[in-house]
Design a protein around this ligand. Structure first.
Ligand SMILES: [Zn+2]
Length: 264
C-alpha cells in the first residue's frame, strides 16, 4: 500500500516523461521525432534540451551567427509545436565548439533534475566510421557523452553538486537511456503509426534554413523508418540502442513489450 507519506518510488511509476538531449536544432527531429510525436500523442511530457545556440550551420554568407541562431531557434520552437513538446531548454553553448565538459554536464544535470525524465534520448557519443560519405559532427558526440555522464552518475548522486541540491534540484534516476542509431546497431525498434511519421515530417520541415531539397524530406523521413519497421513487423519504427538502468522496470508502452525480450 502506498500512502502520502510513502510516495511511489520512481522505478515503479509508469513512464510519462521523456527528454531528448542533442546539439543542434534539427538533430532530434531527424533522429527520433516519430518517437517523440508518438509519446506526445500518448500524453507524455517531452522536453527537448538543445545544447548549442545553432549559430554555425549555414553556407549563406549574408547571415551573421546571431541571425542564424535566432532563425534556427525559432525553427526548433516551431518544430516542437508540431510535435507537442512540453518545452525546450536552450543551453546556448557555442555551435561547433561543444565538448563534454563538466560545465556542459552540470547544465544537463540541472535540466534532468528539473524535469525528472523516465527516458532520456540522446545522440551517439562515438564516432561512426562505417559510412563512406559521412564522418559525423563532433558536437553530436559531445552532447551524447555529456548526456550519458549526466544520467549516470551525476543526476543520480545528490552529493555530485551540492549547489544544485541547495537550489531544490534533488537527485534523479533516469530509468532508461535510448541512443539514436538511425537503424544500424539498434537494440530496440520503437513502432510508429502513420500519424507519428506525418508529425515527424512536419517537424523537420520547420527547419527550413537547413533543407536544400525540401521536396525530398517526405521520402527520406519515411524510407529508413519503414525499413526499421520491418524488424518488428510495424509500418514504421525508429531504431535505438536501449539501456534499462532501473532493473525490473516495465515501460508503459504495450506496443513494445514483445520485442523487449530479444533486446540485448
Ligand atoms: Zn547536428
Amino acid at each position: 500500500m502506498t500512502t502520502e507519506s510513502q510516495p511511489v518510488p520512481p522505478e515503479q511509476e509508469e513512464h510519462s516523461r521523456a527528454m531528448v538531449v542533442f546539439a543542434h536544432p534539427d538533430d532530434a527531429d531527424w533522429g527520433c521525432s516519430g518517437t517523440v510525436a508518438k509519446w506526445c500523442r500518448l500524453g507524455w511530457e517531452v522536453v527537448y534540451v538543445m545544447c548549442t545556440d545553432g549559430s554555425k550551420g549555414t553556407e549563406d554568407r549574408s547571415l551573421t551567427a546571431t541571425q542564424l541562431s535566432q532563425i534556427r531557434k525559432q525553427e526548433q520552437t516551431d518544430a516542437g509545436r508540431v510535435l507537442g513538446l512540453k518545452s525546450i531548454e536552450f543551453l546556448d553553448f557555442p555551435d561547433g565548439y561543444l565538448e563534454p565538459t563538466i560545465t556542459l554536464r552540470r547544465e544537463i544535470v540541472r535540466v534532468i533534475r528539473k524535469h525528472r525524465p523516465h527516458i532520456l534520448i540522446t545522440t551517439n557519443p562515438t564516432r561512426d566510421l562505417s559510412h563512406s560519405n559521412y564522418i559525423g559532427h563532433p558536437d553530436h558526440f559531445a552532447a551524447g557523452e555529456a548526456a550519458l555522464s549526466a544520467v549516470f552518475p551525476s543526476a543520480r548522486d545528490h552529493l555530485w553538486d551540492e549547489s544544485l541540491l541547495s537550489q531544490g534540484l534533488d537527485s534523479w534516476k533516469v530509468h532508461e537511456v535510448w541512443v539514436m542509431m538511425f537503424g544500424e546497431g539498434s537494440s530496440h525498434w520503437n513502432a510508429l503509426e502513420e500519424e507519428d511519421v506525418e508529425k515527424a515530417i512536419g517537424a523537420i520541415k520547420s527547419h527550413a534554413s537547413q533543407l536544400d531539397e525540401p521536396e525530398n524530406v517526405d521520402k527520406w523521413m519515411r524510407r529508413w523508418r519503414s525499413e526499421n519497421g520491418k524488424n518488428i513487423d510495424a509500418p514504421f519504427a525508429e531504431g535505438f540502442k536501449r539501456f534499462q538502468l532501473v532493473p525490473g522496470f516495465t515501460p508503459d508502452d504495450d506496443e513494445n513489450q514483445g520485442d523487449d525480450e530479444d533486446s540485448d
